[in-house]
Design a binder for this molecule. Structure first.
Ligand SMILES: [Zn+2]
Length: 319
């Protein structure tokens, strides 16, 4: 049931009219927003809520569910990393006065939370006097960290999903064309599986070959995709990673350096290529050089994958 949103405190906070959380918005996606609840005595009490005012889960569209599903696991992951919590609660009630707007509580349950505040009684940690709440500054720092961490996890996840989607799409095309060749289904008969200038398909074919361990075929496909206009950075990155899988670290290094030498690289491209170059050098036992690139990645984005951990490990090895 959708009512008028005038009295909705969530909508007011989302529009900026009257913010609830002292921290910045941790995530703003197409359909959802992640915020830190306030006032609360628990650090890591997050709220995932839809940007539009709805009051029943039934109203969520499949696209909205899809983004929610994409978000939930990384959200839990960052709570673990940032709070070292004992367990996590996920609750959706949305019944409070002014808070009928659907919202999921994702709560980091700290080690040693007294039994009388566990389970649904955790809401006692929200119904508190202002002086019992964690400090606004603490929430601000937490939101900043959570935003960085989540961004980096989601970017990696999004990249993986993009590759997986491409693979699925490609396999569908292959099946369709194979059917056509064999004359067992709809579609236009074709002399060849992939047209020479179909850059997208060559790139996807490269991914498929790489997944199957057919690395030289993968490299050939990425090269063909590159010649036909597919993103140079993506192709060079995949060629380099295939060389790493082949154990040909010199070649991988050369390819990543070629990628990094390109003008107008976007930040995420520079990050990815620098990280992969570090990897090629590390595999080649050139730890000092590897460390140099890993440190650069850490400087650009300290939350990129588990870069800080990697830097620490290499530093320890070099001691
Ligand atoms: Zn609302």
């Amino acid at each position: 049931m959708q009512e008028d949103t005038n009295g909705c405190l969530a909508c007011k906070s989302l529009s900026g009219e009257k913010r609830i959380s002292p921290g910045k918005i941790i995530y703003k996606g197409k359909f959802w927003v992640i915020e830190h609840a306030y006032p609360t005595e628990l650090l890591g009490w997050l709220i995932i809520e839809p940007k539009r005012h709805i009051e029943t889960l039934d109203e969520l569209t499949s696209k909205e569910w899809q983004e929610f599903n994409f978000l939930l696991q990384p959200t839990i992951q960052i709570l673990r990393v940032l709070t070292g919590c004992e367990k996590e609660y996920v609750l959706c009630l949305s019944e409070g006065k002014g808070f009928k707007h659907i919202h999921f509580h994702v709560i980091a349950v700290p080690v040693g939370l007294p039994v009388e505040k566990r389970g649904v009684n955790v809401f006692k940690c929200l119904k508190i006097q202002p002086e019992e709440a964690i400090l606004p500054e603490t929430v601000m720092v937490f939101c900043q960290d959570a935003n960085q961490k989540l961004k980096s996890i989601l970017f990696a996840k999004w990249q993986r999903q993009k590759r997986a989607n491409k693979l699925v799409e490609f396999c569908g095309k292959i099946i369709e064309k194979a059917r056509a060749i064999l004359g067992i289904g709809a579609g236009t008969p074709s002399q060849e599986l992939v047209a020479d200038d179909d850059a997208d398909t060559h790139f996807n074919l490269g991914i498929a070959y790489k997944e199957m361990g057919l690395l030289q075929d993968a490299i050939n496909s990425f090269e063909t995709a590159m010649k036909n206009g597919y993103s140079l950075t993506d192709c060079l990155d995949m060629i380099g990673l295939s060389f790493i899988d082949l154990g040909e670290y010199d070649k991988a290094e050369k390819v990543f350096r070629e990628g990094l030498a390109r003008k107008n690289l976007q930040e995420h491209e520079k990050l990815g290529l620098s990280f992969d170059l570090g990897l090629a050098l590390e595999k080649h036992d050139r730890l000092e050089e590897a460390l140099q690139f890993y440190r650069e990645v850490e400087k650009m984005d300290p939350n990129f994958r588990d870069i800080s951990q990697i830097v620490k490990e290499i530093e320890a090895k070099l001691k």
